[in-house]
Design a protein around this ligand. Structure first.
Ligand code: HEM
Ligand SMILES: *[C@@H]1O[C@H](CO)[C@@H](O)[C@H](O)[C@H]1NC(C)=O
Ligand SMILES: *[C@@H]1O[C@H](CO)[C@@H](O)[C@H](O)[C@H]1NC(C)=O
Ligand SMILES: *[C@@H]1O[C@H](CO)[C@@H](O)[C@H](O)[C@H]1NC(C)=O
Length: 325
């Protein structure tokens, strides 16, 4: 009996070290007693900002993804570089990751009510949820809380852990598996590309030099490829952006899958989801919008539990951009 308990304990420990313990210590409304207004403050600030900035939800959902995929959901994505360290923020794949300033604004308001209590990591997760909730005037997924903030942020880890827009199916799948996420999570969470934009250089190889022979990616709809060329005029354009969902660029819906089936997914990583039978079956399932909403919520919950720091690990940062001194 004792050995069974011990080996269970050890295997859980091993899983946690690998970074896939499913955040068992996270709870619903963790700040109920320590900062009862925390979640309301986050929502109020985010809804106020979202009312005047329709790009906000996409920025915050992407920020949430990047935070969780590098060192777990520990707000390491918000740390600034220092003279001795290049932080995640300044890694190449940041490709203009916005939203850190928004989290700072929320944090300032939360600190006024309860100094030193609410983590930046929880604020990211809540803010992402609430920004999408603004469109529906109700939350579309549940966010458990109790995350603590990390003290380390390395640009090299962002490069190593974040999937690339040029990634193929096998690479994407193993990238997600390393985070304890399934093929299903991969297809469902890619649905976040239903809003927001991409910079031309994330996909212009598909338009101008797909195999190095000046060719177009044959898996891209030719009419759409021609349109994209009118937006991204050269292979090296790294300033122009294009909407990811051409029909409803700022709305959170399941059009991503509709667009994908029309071979108008913007990145190779999007098109890749049609290159595997199991994956394309999941794409078909998600053409049902209610199914997508339910599944997205569940996958966000799993993503939000990746490698979290809880209990006495980490710290509650005073300012989200710097570790406490
Ligand atoms: C499957 C692998 C993924 C790859 C290769 C990928 C890659 C990218 C790239 C290259 C951009 C464009 C950034 C830019 O040029 O400004 C982008 C945007 C975005 N991604 Fe992903 N992504 C992936 C998965 C995800 C996931 C899992 C989420 C969230 C759950 C997500 C949410 C977003 C959002 C919302 C945007 C738009 C950001 C904005 O408009 O500000 N992505 N992604
Ligand atoms: C992204 O990285 C570049 C360096 O590659 C850096 O100059 C830029 O400030 C970073 N952007 C953000 C938003 O941190
Ligand atoms: C297209 O790719 C090939 C092979 O990588 C390269 O030699 C060529 O310079 C590229 N063309 C342009 C216009 O960049
Ligand atoms: C965009 O391209 C120019 C010219 O190649 C380069 O100097 C600049 O650093 C690039 N900017 C980003 C954000 O990658």
């Amino acid at each position: 009996m004792r050995t069974t308990t011990l080996s269970l304990f050890i295997s859980m420990l091993v899983l946690c070290v690998v970074g896939i313990c499913q955040g068992g210590a996270l709870r619903k409304n963790f700040y109920k007693d320590s900062c009862p207004l925390a979640e309301k403050i986050v929502r109020d600030v985010i809804w106020k900002l979202a009312a005047s900035d329709p790009a906000l939800p996409a920025e915050l959902v992407r920020l949430n993804f990047h935070d969780c995929f590098v060192r777990g959901c520990d707000a390491s994505v918000l740390l600034n570089s220092t003279p001795n360290n290049v932080a995640e923020k300044d890694a190449v794949p940041n490709l203009t990751l916005d939203g850190a300033d928004i989290i700072d604004k929320v944090k300032d308001e939360v600190e006024k009510a309860c100094p030193g209590v609410v983590s930046c990591a929880d604020i990211i997760a809540l803010a992402a949820r609430d920004s999408v909730a603004f469109q529906f005037k109700k939350p579309m997924w549940e966010v458990l809380t109790g995350r603590r903030d990390g003290t380390v942020s390395l640009a090299s880890e962002a490069v190593a852990n974040l999937p690339q827009p040029s990634s193929d199916f096998a690479t994407l799948r193993s990238n997600f598996a390393k985070k304890g996420l399934t093929l299903h999570d991969l297809v469902v969470l890619s649905g976040a590309h239903t809003f927001g934009h991409g910079h031309c250089d994330a996909f212009s190889k598909r338009l101008y030099n797909f195999t190095g022979k000046g060719d177009v990616d044959p898996s891209l709809d030719p009419t759409y490829a021609a349109f994209l060329k009118t937006q991204c005029k050269t292979l090296s354009d790294n300033t122009t952006t294009v909407d990811m969902d051409p029909e409803s660029p700022q709305s959170f819906d399941n059009h991503y899958y509709v667009v994908l089936k029309q071979h108008k997914g913007l990145f190779q990583s999007d098109a890749a989801l049609l290159t595997n039978k199991m994956s394309s079956n999941i794409v078909d399932e998600l053409l049902n919008q209610n199914k997508f909403f339910t599944e997205f919520g569940q996958s966000m919950k799993r993503m939000g539990a990746i490698g979290v720091l809880t209990g006495n690990s980490g710290e509650i940062r005073k300012k989200c951009g710097v570790v406490n001194s």
